[in-house]
Design a protein. Structure first.
Length: 94
């Protein structure tokens, strides 16, 4: 297993601040758009998916998470795939 890098207190504070601002901005923007799109279910789904695409990768990069698929060689790039993760709690990410 690879050795973990130590993260200093300034880096942690900066990462937390940037992540909090990014999450707050997209969450508030999404809530406002969702209220406007309340009568249109498919539009709300698209807005939610877009918000997830904007929040997820940035937060994952800030916390230093790396997606590792041990069975990557078993995937066929020419067909669609569904990836399912098993989380028993919202704290599993941490």
């Amino acid at each position: 297993m690879a050795e973990r890098k130590k993260i200093g207190p300034i880096s942690i504070t900066l990462r937390f601040t940037i992540g909090f601002i990014w999450l707050t901005f997209w969450s508030l923007s999404t809530m406002c758009l969702m209220l406007l799109a309340l009568p249109f279910r498919s539009l709300r789904v698209r807005i939610g998916n877009f918000c997830g695409k904007m929040i997820g990768p940035v937060i994952a990069r800030i916390v230093g998470a790396k997606v590792i698929n041990p069975d990557a060689e078993k995937l066929n790039n020419s067909t669609p795939a569904i990836f399912v993760t098993n989380h028993s709690s919202a704290l599993d990410v941490f």
